[in-house]
Write a protein that binds this ligand. Sequence first.
Ligand code: EPU
Length: 335
Amino acid sequence: MNIQTNFSLKNYNTFGIDAKAKQFVSASSIDELKEVLTANNDIFILGGGSNMLLTQDIEKLVVHVNLKGRDIVEENDDFVIVKAQAGENWHEFVLWCIDQNFGGIENLSLIPGNVGTTPIQNIGAYGVEIKDTMYSCEALNLKTLEIKTFTNEQCKFEYRESIFKNELKNQFIITSVCFKLTKKNHKVSTTYGAIETELQQQNVQNPTLKDVSNAVIAIRQSKLPNPKELGNSGSFFKNPIITKEAYEKAKALHPEMPHYAVSQTEVKVPAGWLIEQAGFKGKRFGDAGVHKNQALVLVNYGTATGKEIVGLAKNIQQTVLDRFGIAIEAEVNII
Ligand code: EPU
């Protein structure tokens, strides 16, 4: 393995922040990961770099998880269990599944990042989350160097949350993920408004997996910036979940505030709406900005530092709190 020093992470984070790693190594097998972990105890694990904001250089050994491969581990006439290694690019994996006519993750097309990080924040889009199809995942315990299998239930998935972001934070490296997908009678999910509209525009009556994927790709491309062209990490904030009472209070002052029911007692409010109403959509401050088509997404126009982007995020959070009495939390990991 080739350990590099003073290594720029600019091409390893979708925000395109030019922070440096004191040391950097890319591990392509579990044995290599174990070797690195045995020799070093202060490491930073890097996956696809699509959900983090680097605000400083990393004075550690950065270990890039680069395990590759996809296998069918089990199948019958109706279902297949597919295992993808952590370093597989997520979108390429989704497209491969669609090509094999395996259904269940097509709504998650075009999400940046790698397979191994998808369970950590239970990625979700257009009415579907990873928890709906994730069968199990394997993870390497950083201390014992043993591989442990986590079932879907053990991952404790919630909206953009899992055990790996909470109780087990920084204790495991996810090495592979298994998905249980349909081989026939696919249950395509088109209930998310924008998908239906997109399919109608394309005159599609009985959408295939590919049709749904194409619709999602079209919607994402119209709203979300391509990280290769404009640095970003997707939604920077989570949509806040607040009590019905808090919602009623805010709504009395802002009757047009949208919301979605989450439970009997809680509602979710789109943070994009709050940020847009607070006047930030499309605003640019130096090279840090708020995307013009989706206010949830913060962007790096070129040379913004992580600290500048965090400064903008704090300004947004405070303004939204002052104006609506609602706290919005970052979704992105701030390093
Ligand atoms: N809205 C605005 N202004 C904006 C953006 C949104 O008013 O600039 C309001 C609109 O009322 C809109 C509503 O927010 O109807 C919802 O917007 P959208 O459908 O774009 O979804 P979102 O809640 O803003 C979430 C996810 C996205 C995911 C989309 C589609 C989170 C934090 N974000 O965004 O996920 O693609 O739904 O399912 O839950 C990501 O996590 O990186 C991500 C892009």
